[in-house]
Design a protein around this ligand. Sequence first.
Ligand SMILES: NC(=O)c1ccc[n+]([C@@H]2O[C@H](COP(=O)([O-])OP(=O)(O)OC[C@H]3O[C@@H](n4cnc5c(N)ncnc54)[C@H](OP(=O)(O)O)[C@@H]3O)[C@@H](O)[C@H]2O)c1
Length: 320
Amino acid sequence: MKAMAQTSWAAGTPLALLELPTPEPRAGEVRVRVHAASVNPVDWKMRQSGPLRLAARLIGPPPPVVPGVDFSGTVDAVGPKVTGVAVGDAVVGGVNFSRGQRGSYAEYVIVRPDQICVLPTGFDLDVAGGLGVVGATAWMAVVEMARIGAGQRVAVLGASGGVGQMCVQIAARVRGAFVAGVCSARNTGLVTGLGANVVIDYGEGDALEQLRAHGPFDLIVDCAGGYSGPRCRALLAKGGKHVMVAGDSPLAMAQVLVPPFSSRPILGVITGARMRPLVDAIAAGQVKLTIAQRFPLTAAEEALKLSEGARMTGKILLMP
Ligand SMILES: NC(=O)c1ccc[n+]([C@@H]2O[C@H](COP(=O)([O-])OP(=O)(O)OC[C@H]3O[C@@H](n4cnc5c(N)ncnc54)[C@H](OP(=O)(O)O)[C@@H]3O)[C@@H](O)[C@H]2O)c1
Protein backbone atom coordinates (compact mmCIF):
# COMPACT_ATOMS: atom_id res chain seq x y z
CA MET A 1 0.00 0.00 0.00
CA LYS A 2 1.02 3.60 -0.44
CA ALA A 3 1.65 5.69 2.66
CA MET A 4 3.20 9.06 3.41
CA ALA A 5 5.82 8.17 5.98
CA GLN A 6 9.18 9.15 7.42
CA THR A 7 11.91 6.58 7.59
CA SER A 8 13.21 7.66 11.02
CA TRP A 9 12.21 9.73 14.06
CA ALA A 10 15.00 12.26 13.47
CA ALA A 11 13.46 15.77 13.56
CA GLY A 12 13.18 17.26 10.09
CA THR A 13 12.91 13.90 8.31
CA PRO A 14 10.55 14.63 5.40
CA LEU A 15 7.52 12.55 4.59
CA ALA A 16 7.93 10.48 1.45
CA LEU A 17 5.51 8.35 -0.53
CA LEU A 18 6.51 4.82 0.46
CA GLU A 19 5.26 1.46 -0.73
CA LEU A 20 4.63 -0.56 2.46
CA PRO A 21 3.25 -4.08 2.77
CA THR A 22 -0.55 -3.96 2.90
CA PRO A 23 -1.29 -4.98 6.52
CA GLU A 24 -3.33 -8.11 7.21
CA PRO A 25 -5.83 -8.01 10.08
CA ARG A 26 -5.10 -10.47 12.88
CA ALA A 27 -7.67 -11.90 15.29
CA GLY A 28 -9.83 -9.10 16.65
CA GLU A 29 -8.74 -6.58 14.01
CA VAL A 30 -10.23 -5.07 10.88
CA ARG A 31 -8.60 -3.43 7.89
CA VAL A 32 -10.11 -0.21 6.57
CA ARG A 33 -9.52 1.19 3.10
CA VAL A 34 -9.04 4.87 3.91
CA HIS A 35 -11.29 7.36 2.13
CA ALA A 36 -10.02 10.46 3.95
CA ALA A 37 -7.65 11.17 6.82
CA SER A 38 -7.64 14.55 8.50
CA VAL A 39 -4.69 16.70 9.47
CA ASN A 40 -4.47 17.50 13.18
CA PRO A 41 -1.85 19.54 15.06
CA VAL A 42 -0.64 16.33 16.75
CA ASP A 43 0.50 15.09 13.32
CA TRP A 44 3.10 17.85 12.98
CA LYS A 45 3.81 18.16 16.72
CA MET A 46 4.86 14.51 16.94
CA ARG A 47 7.43 15.11 14.19
CA GLN A 48 9.10 17.94 16.14
CA SER A 49 11.17 17.49 19.26
CA GLY A 50 8.96 17.67 22.33
CA PRO A 51 6.72 15.60 24.59
CA LEU A 52 4.43 14.36 21.82
CA ARG A 53 7.29 12.96 19.75
CA LEU A 54 8.76 11.31 22.83
CA ALA A 55 5.42 9.73 23.68
CA ALA A 56 4.79 8.55 20.11
CA ARG A 57 8.30 7.07 19.96
CA LEU A 58 7.85 5.25 23.23
CA ILE A 59 4.38 3.83 22.65
CA GLY A 60 4.12 3.63 18.86
CA PRO A 61 5.34 1.12 16.29
CA PRO A 62 8.93 1.39 14.99
CA PRO A 63 9.70 3.42 11.82
CA PRO A 64 8.65 3.93 9.11
CA VAL A 65 6.53 6.49 10.93
CA VAL A 66 3.13 7.00 9.33
CA PRO A 67 1.39 10.04 10.87
CA GLY A 68 -2.35 10.57 10.98
CA VAL A 69 -4.82 9.62 13.68
CA ASP A 70 -8.32 9.81 12.25
CA PHE A 71 -9.95 8.50 9.10
CA SER A 72 -13.09 7.54 7.29
CA GLY A 73 -13.28 4.60 4.94
CA THR A 74 -14.69 1.19 4.16
CA VAL A 75 -13.95 -2.05 5.97
CA ASP A 76 -12.27 -4.30 3.41
CA ALA A 77 -10.99 -7.23 5.49
CA VAL A 78 -11.97 -8.65 8.86
CA GLY A 79 -9.79 -10.88 11.05
CA PRO A 80 -11.01 -13.88 13.04
CA LYS A 81 -13.17 -13.28 16.14
CA VAL A 82 -14.53 -9.92 14.95
CA THR A 83 -18.22 -9.29 15.47
CA GLY A 84 -20.45 -6.33 14.71
CA VAL A 85 -18.45 -5.10 11.71
CA ALA A 86 -18.52 -6.50 8.19
CA VAL A 87 -16.64 -6.04 4.93
CA GLY A 88 -18.24 -3.16 3.05
CA ASP A 89 -19.27 -1.17 6.14
CA ALA A 90 -18.54 2.56 5.86
CA VAL A 91 -16.86 3.68 9.07
CA VAL A 92 -15.32 6.60 10.95
CA GLY A 93 -12.54 6.01 13.44
CA GLY A 94 -9.03 6.50 14.67
CA VAL A 95 -5.81 4.55 14.98
CA ASN A 96 -4.16 3.99 18.34
CA PHE A 97 -0.36 4.15 18.31
CA SER A 98 -0.21 2.44 21.71
CA ARG A 99 -1.76 -0.63 20.09
CA GLY A 100 1.15 -0.72 17.65
CA GLN A 101 -0.97 0.63 14.80
CA ARG A 102 0.43 2.82 12.03
CA GLY A 103 -1.17 6.16 11.10
CA SER A 104 -3.89 7.06 8.65
CA TYR A 105 -1.79 8.91 6.04
CA ALA A 106 -2.04 5.66 4.10
CA GLU A 107 -4.30 3.64 1.85
CA TYR A 108 -5.14 1.18 4.63
CA VAL A 109 -5.24 1.15 8.43
CA ILE A 110 -5.59 -1.70 10.91
CA VAL A 111 -7.81 -1.08 13.94
CA ARG A 112 -9.91 -2.96 16.44
CA PRO A 113 -13.71 -2.77 16.21
CA ASP A 114 -13.96 -0.56 19.33
CA GLN A 115 -12.03 2.15 17.45
CA ILE A 116 -14.62 2.56 14.69
CA CYS A 117 -18.27 3.47 14.31
CA VAL A 118 -20.33 2.17 11.39
CA LEU A 119 -21.89 5.08 9.50
CA PRO A 120 -25.52 5.32 8.47
CA THR A 121 -26.24 4.90 4.74
CA GLY A 122 -25.45 8.04 2.78
CA PHE A 123 -23.30 9.67 5.48
CA ASP A 124 -20.71 11.95 3.82
CA LEU A 125 -17.36 10.16 4.03
CA ASP A 126 -15.48 13.46 3.68
CA VAL A 127 -17.22 14.85 6.76
CA ALA A 128 -16.52 11.59 8.61
CA GLY A 129 -12.86 11.87 7.64
CA GLY A 130 -12.52 15.10 9.60
CA LEU A 131 -14.47 14.07 12.66
CA GLY A 132 -12.32 11.68 14.71
CA VAL A 133 -9.85 13.74 16.72
CA VAL A 134 -11.85 16.96 17.02
CA GLY A 135 -15.10 15.15 17.77
CA ALA A 136 -13.71 12.70 20.32
CA THR A 137 -11.72 15.42 22.14
CA ALA A 138 -14.65 17.83 22.33
CA TRP A 139 -17.04 15.07 23.44
CA MET A 140 -14.68 14.01 26.20
CA ALA A 141 -14.26 17.61 27.42
CA VAL A 142 -17.88 18.75 27.35
CA VAL A 143 -19.80 15.55 28.05
CA GLU A 144 -17.50 13.10 29.84
CA MET A 145 -15.27 15.39 31.91
CA ALA A 146 -17.57 18.36 32.63
CA ARG A 147 -20.96 16.58 32.17
CA ILE A 148 -22.42 19.80 30.86
CA GLY A 149 -26.20 19.98 30.84
CA ALA A 150 -28.95 22.41 29.85
CA GLY A 151 -28.56 25.93 31.19
CA GLN A 152 -24.96 25.52 32.35
CA ARG A 153 -22.32 27.99 31.20
CA VAL A 154 -19.39 27.09 28.98
CA ALA A 155 -16.54 29.23 27.65
CA VAL A 156 -14.60 27.96 24.63
CA LEU A 157 -11.19 29.55 24.07
CA GLY A 158 -10.22 28.98 20.44
CA ALA A 159 -13.84 28.54 19.39
CA SER A 160 -13.20 28.82 15.63
CA GLY A 161 -10.67 25.95 15.35
CA GLY A 162 -11.43 22.29 14.73
CA VAL A 163 -11.87 21.23 18.36
CA GLY A 164 -13.36 24.59 19.37
CA GLN A 165 -16.12 24.38 16.77
CA MET A 166 -17.08 20.95 18.05
CA CYS A 167 -17.04 22.10 21.68
CA VAL A 168 -19.32 25.05 20.88
CA GLN A 169 -21.83 22.89 19.01
CA ILE A 170 -21.85 19.99 21.47
CA ALA A 171 -22.28 22.36 24.42
CA ALA A 172 -24.88 24.63 22.79
CA ARG A 173 -26.81 22.35 20.48
CA VAL A 174 -26.49 18.86 21.93
CA ARG A 175 -26.42 19.72 25.64
CA GLY A 176 -28.37 23.02 25.67
CA ALA A 177 -25.74 25.07 27.50
CA PHE A 178 -25.05 28.81 27.35
CA VAL A 179 -21.82 29.19 25.35
CA ALA A 180 -19.33 32.05 25.14
CA GLY A 181 -16.78 31.57 22.36
CA VAL A 182 -13.44 33.36 22.01
CA CYS A 183 -11.93 33.81 18.54
CA SER A 184 -10.47 36.41 16.19
CA ALA A 185 -12.60 39.13 14.59
CA ARG A 186 -12.79 37.38 11.22
CA ASN A 187 -14.44 34.33 12.78
CA THR A 188 -17.06 35.86 15.09
CA GLY A 189 -19.87 35.24 12.55
CA LEU A 190 -18.78 31.63 12.14
CA VAL A 191 -18.85 30.98 15.89
CA THR A 192 -22.23 32.69 16.31
CA GLY A 193 -23.55 30.45 13.53
CA LEU A 194 -22.42 27.38 15.47
CA GLY A 195 -24.72 28.31 18.34
CA ALA A 196 -22.58 30.45 20.67
CA ASN A 197 -24.66 32.92 22.69
CA VAL A 198 -21.79 35.37 23.09
CA VAL A 199 -18.70 35.73 20.91
CA ILE A 200 -15.62 37.54 22.13
CA ASP A 201 -12.99 38.88 19.76
CA TYR A 202 -9.65 38.44 21.52
CA GLY A 203 -8.27 41.28 19.36
CA GLU A 204 -10.55 43.71 21.23
CA GLY A 205 -8.61 43.28 24.47
CA ASP A 206 -8.01 40.73 27.21
CA ALA A 207 -10.39 37.86 26.37
CA LEU A 208 -10.56 36.49 29.93
CA GLU A 209 -11.45 39.95 31.25
CA GLN A 210 -14.19 40.21 28.59
CA LEU A 211 -15.48 36.76 29.62
CA ARG A 212 -15.93 37.82 33.25
CA ALA A 213 -19.29 39.51 32.49
CA HIS A 214 -20.68 36.19 31.14
CA GLY A 215 -19.59 33.79 33.87
CA PRO A 216 -19.05 32.14 36.22
CA PHE A 217 -18.54 29.09 34.01
CA ASP A 218 -19.14 25.41 34.63
CA LEU A 219 -16.55 24.65 31.98
CA ILE A 220 -13.75 26.62 30.40
CA VAL A 221 -12.23 24.59 27.61
CA ASP A 222 -8.97 25.95 26.25
CA CYS A 223 -8.51 24.90 22.63
CA ALA A 224 -6.03 27.70 21.90
CA GLY A 225 -3.35 27.43 24.60
CA GLY A 226 -1.48 30.33 26.12
CA TYR A 227 -4.30 31.36 28.46
CA SER A 228 -3.41 31.68 32.14
CA GLY A 229 -4.49 28.71 34.26
CA PRO A 230 -5.06 30.73 37.46
CA ARG A 231 -7.08 33.35 35.58
CA CYS A 232 -9.22 30.66 33.94
CA ARG A 233 -9.85 28.99 37.31
CA ALA A 234 -10.89 32.37 38.73
CA LEU A 235 -13.76 32.47 36.20
CA LEU A 236 -15.15 29.07 37.21
CA ALA A 237 -18.33 28.43 39.15
CA LYS A 238 -18.05 26.19 42.22
CA GLY A 239 -17.27 22.69 40.96
CA GLY A 240 -16.49 24.02 37.44
CA LYS A 241 -13.69 22.58 35.30
CA HIS A 242 -10.88 24.11 33.28
CA VAL A 243 -10.05 21.59 30.55
CA MET A 244 -6.77 22.10 28.71
CA VAL A 245 -7.14 20.72 25.19
CA ALA A 246 -4.22 22.80 23.93
CA GLY A 247 -1.09 23.21 26.00
CA ASP A 248 1.13 20.16 26.06
CA SER A 249 4.05 21.81 27.91
CA PRO A 250 5.13 20.63 31.39
CA LEU A 251 4.17 24.10 32.70
CA ALA A 252 0.61 23.68 31.42
CA MET A 253 0.46 20.17 32.89
CA ALA A 254 1.56 21.52 36.28
CA GLN A 255 -1.79 23.37 36.48
CA VAL A 256 -3.48 20.14 37.53
CA LEU A 257 -1.57 20.22 40.83
CA VAL A 258 -3.00 23.59 41.88
CA PRO A 259 -5.93 23.59 44.37
CA PRO A 260 -8.89 23.39 44.00
CA PHE A 261 -7.74 20.89 41.34
CA SER A 262 -10.20 22.15 38.74
CA SER A 263 -7.72 22.12 35.81
CA ARG A 264 -7.53 18.94 33.77
CA PRO A 265 -5.42 17.92 30.79
CA ILE A 266 -7.10 15.81 28.15
CA LEU A 267 -5.93 13.23 25.68
CA GLY A 268 -8.53 12.78 22.98
CA VAL A 269 -9.01 9.09 22.20
CA ILE A 270 -11.24 8.04 19.33
CA THR A 271 -13.66 5.24 20.12
CA GLY A 272 -16.71 4.03 18.26
CA ALA A 273 -18.80 4.80 21.35
CA ARG A 274 -17.67 8.45 21.28
CA MET A 275 -18.25 8.75 17.55
CA ARG A 276 -21.80 7.35 17.65
CA PRO A 277 -23.63 10.34 19.24
CA LEU A 278 -21.65 12.74 17.06
CA VAL A 279 -22.48 10.84 13.88
CA ASP A 280 -26.15 10.89 14.94
CA ALA A 281 -25.99 14.63 15.69
CA ILE A 282 -24.42 15.32 12.28
CA ALA A 283 -26.92 13.08 10.51
CA ALA A 284 -29.73 14.99 12.26
CA GLY A 285 -28.28 18.34 11.14
CA GLN A 286 -27.64 19.39 14.75
CA VAL A 287 -23.83 19.54 14.41
CA LYS A 288 -21.78 20.53 11.35
CA LEU A 289 -18.21 19.79 10.43
CA THR A 290 -16.61 22.28 8.08
CA ILE A 291 -14.06 21.08 5.56
CA ALA A 292 -11.58 23.81 4.71
CA GLN A 293 -9.44 22.05 2.11
CA ARG A 294 -8.75 18.66 0.51
CA PHE A 295 -5.29 17.53 -0.57
CA PRO A 296 -4.07 14.38 -2.31
CA LEU A 297 -2.15 12.15 0.10
CA THR A 298 1.12 13.04 -1.61
CA ALA A 299 0.66 16.71 -0.60
CA ALA A 300 0.78 15.83 3.11
CA GLU A 301 3.72 18.17 3.83
CA GLU A 302 1.85 21.13 2.31
CA ALA A 303 -1.27 20.24 4.29
CA LEU A 304 0.73 19.99 7.53
CA LYS A 305 2.26 23.45 6.95
CA LEU A 306 -1.21 24.89 6.57
CA SER A 307 -2.28 23.32 9.87
CA GLU A 308 0.86 24.64 11.57
CA GLY A 309 -0.20 28.19 10.73
CA ALA A 310 -3.04 27.69 13.31
CA ARG A 311 -5.46 29.83 11.34
CA MET A 312 -7.76 27.11 10.02
CA THR A 313 -11.51 27.44 10.36
CA GLY A 314 -12.24 23.92 9.22
CA LYS A 315 -10.66 20.54 8.68
CA ILE A 316 -7.91 19.75 6.20
CA LEU A 317 -8.38 16.37 4.55
CA LEU A 318 -5.89 14.08 2.87
CA MET A 319 -7.40 11.85 0.22
CA PRO A 320 -5.38 8.68 -0.49
N1 LIG B 1 -5.34 17.21 24.04
C1 LIG B 1 -5.79 16.63 22.94
O1 LIG B 1 -6.15 15.44 22.92
C2 LIG B 1 -5.91 17.47 21.70
C3 LIG B 1 -6.74 17.05 20.65
C4 LIG B 1 -6.87 17.87 19.55
C5 LIG B 1 -6.18 19.08 19.50
N2 LIG B 1 -5.36 19.43 20.52
C6 LIG B 1 -4.66 20.71 20.52
O2 LIG B 1 -5.64 21.74 20.54
C7 LIG B 1 -5.21 22.85 19.77
C8 LIG B 1 -6.27 23.17 18.72
O3 LIG B 1 -6.40 22.09 17.81
P1 LIG B 1 -7.34 22.27 16.53
O4 LIG B 1 -7.31 21.01 15.78
O5 LIG B 1 -8.65 22.84 16.96
O6 LIG B 1 -6.51 23.39 15.75
P2 LIG B 1 -6.93 24.35 14.56
O7 LIG B 1 -8.13 23.80 13.85
O8 LIG B 1 -5.71 24.62 13.80
O9 LIG B 1 -7.43 25.67 15.26
C9 LIG B 1 -6.57 26.55 15.85
C10 LIG B 1 -7.41 27.78 16.19
O10 LIG B 1 -6.77 28.50 17.21
C11 LIG B 1 -7.31 29.79 17.16
N3 LIG B 1 -6.48 30.72 17.92
C12 LIG B 1 -5.18 31.02 17.71
N4 LIG B 1 -4.78 31.90 18.66
C13 LIG B 1 -5.86 32.13 19.49
C14 LIG B 1 -6.08 32.90 20.67
N5 LIG B 1 -5.12 33.66 21.21
N6 LIG B 1 -7.30 32.86 21.27
C15 LIG B 1 -8.30 32.12 20.75
N7 LIG B 1 -8.15 31.37 19.64
C16 LIG B 1 -6.94 31.37 19.01
C17 LIG B 1 -7.42 30.09 15.67
O11 LIG B 1 -8.59 30.85 15.47
P3 LIG B 1 -8.57 32.40 15.09
O12 LIG B 1 -7.97 32.49 13.71
O13 LIG B 1 -10.02 32.79 15.16
O14 LIG B 1 -7.71 33.04 16.12
C18 LIG B 1 -7.58 28.71 15.04
O15 LIG B 1 -8.87 28.58 14.48
C19 LIG B 1 -3.84 22.44 19.21
O16 LIG B 1 -2.85 22.95 20.08
C20 LIG B 1 -3.84 20.93 19.27
O17 LIG B 1 -2.54 20.38 19.36
C21 LIG B 1 -5.21 18.64 21.62
